[in-house]
Write a protein that binds this ligand. Structure first.
Ligand SMILES: [Zn+2]
Length: 343
């Protein structure tokens, strides 16, 4: 929907003009404005003059990634390529095939786009690489065997590359890459410096002070100087607390130290920082709060970076994403509800 050709078609359709006539109007408008606007810019102006609201037309069609659910058809979306994998050839049931996965992202999330067999050619034809913005039209969504949504082209889907300044898709570094971009690894295979994803159980938590002080304004870690807590940018502040927990994870292949900060720690413990802080302040030994945590043995998918701890010299996984695999509680609850309905 963003290419000039399509804008021209849209104006033509709405105003009853041929493509040629619209193009002529665009050039006239550009001349009128002394060449100060691009043809696209001119198209928006001409469209407006003709009563065609192109912004409406383009916005309506786009789906945001977080709103995608499996089973959807006629999916149109615009996303930035945050990851392109190598083409993989396979043989399944006597059939030879190839697949190439990309991850597209917008400001709401990421989704895998899978290209199969002949569809893969488009990567070379369009010269698609990381950071390009793609428009997908008429795709459909399927759930893969890990429960992730996967966008496919099928017979009717199309991809185009979208160029221009007015692209409303965040830059690559602002897009949180989804879980699906990395393959799950064995802990025994993890290497220093690597971004990896593991599926492992938390087998130990170290009993250390789980709180650290941050500036309430900017959330940056702060230090105490004399009696006051001081932020570099915000001066003396009343500290806010954030969580950090560390422990050991094990996936059967091996074990490793792991560190979770802030909301990741909250997610692992299934508790809010504030509540833990309250709990700790009521006890003689603040560290006894570890005794009330029902977390050991629980399984998580953890994505993070393998670093060498500068004090202990040991490798540890510093988490930057975590997802609990312990869905037992929720599904039991749901099952209860369903059974309740049946009764
Ligand atoms: Zn601050």
């Amino acid at each position: 929907m963003y290419s000039l050709k399509e804008i021209v078609q849209e104006i033509g359709k709405a105003a009853g003009l041929s493509e040629e006539e619209v193009n002529k109007k665009l050039e006239e408008k550009q001349t009128e404005l002394s060449g100060l606007v691009s043809l696209e810019g001119a198209a928006y102006i001409v469209g407006k003059e003709l009563g065609v609201n192109l912004l409406e037309a383009t916005k309506k069609k786009q789906l945001k990634i977080k709103n995608i659910v499996s089973g959807m058809n006629s999916v149109d979306l615009v996303g930035r390529v945050v990851d392109v994998s190598e083409k993989r050839d396979f043989e399944k049931g006597g059939r030879k095939g190839s697949v190439l996965n990309m991850v597209l992202g917008d400001e709401t999330g990421t989704i895998r786009l899978s290209l199969w067999d002949k569809e893969i050619d488009i990567v070379n034809t369009l010269g698609i690489s990381e950071n390009d913005v793609l428009g997908v039209t008429n795709g459909y969504v399927k759930e893969d065997n890990r429960g992730n949504n996967e966008l496919r082209l099928g017979k009717f889907g199309k991809i185009e590359k979208i160029e221009g300044k007015d692209i409303e898709v965040p830059k690559g570094e602002d897009i949180q890459k989804g879980f699906e971009t990395v393959k799950i690894k064995d802990i025994s295979d993890l290497k220093e410096g690597e971004h990896s994803e593991v599926r492992a159980s938390l087998v130990q938590l170290f009993r250390r002070n789980p709180f650290f002080e941050v500036c309430p304004e900017c959330e940056v870690r702060i230090e105490k100087s004399g009696d006051a807590w001081t932020c570099k940018d915000h001066g003396n502040v009343e500290p806010k607390y954030q969580l950090v927990i560390s422990g050991v994870i094990d996936d059967g292949s091996g074990n490793m130290r792991v560190v979770f900060f802030r909301d990741l720690a909250e997610r692992v413990l299934d508790k809010k920082t504030e509540d833990l802080k309250n709990l700790a302040s009521k006890q003689a030994d603040p560290l006894s709060l570890y005794e009330d945590l029902d977390v050991l043995g629980r399984e998580f998918i953890i994505r993070g970076r393998v670093k060498r701890n500068q004090f202990t010299e040991r490798m540890e996984l510093v988490a930057n994403e975590v997802e609990s695999m312990d869905v037992g509680k929720e599904s039991k609850g749901l099952l209860g509800k369903i059974e309740g309905i049946k009764d």
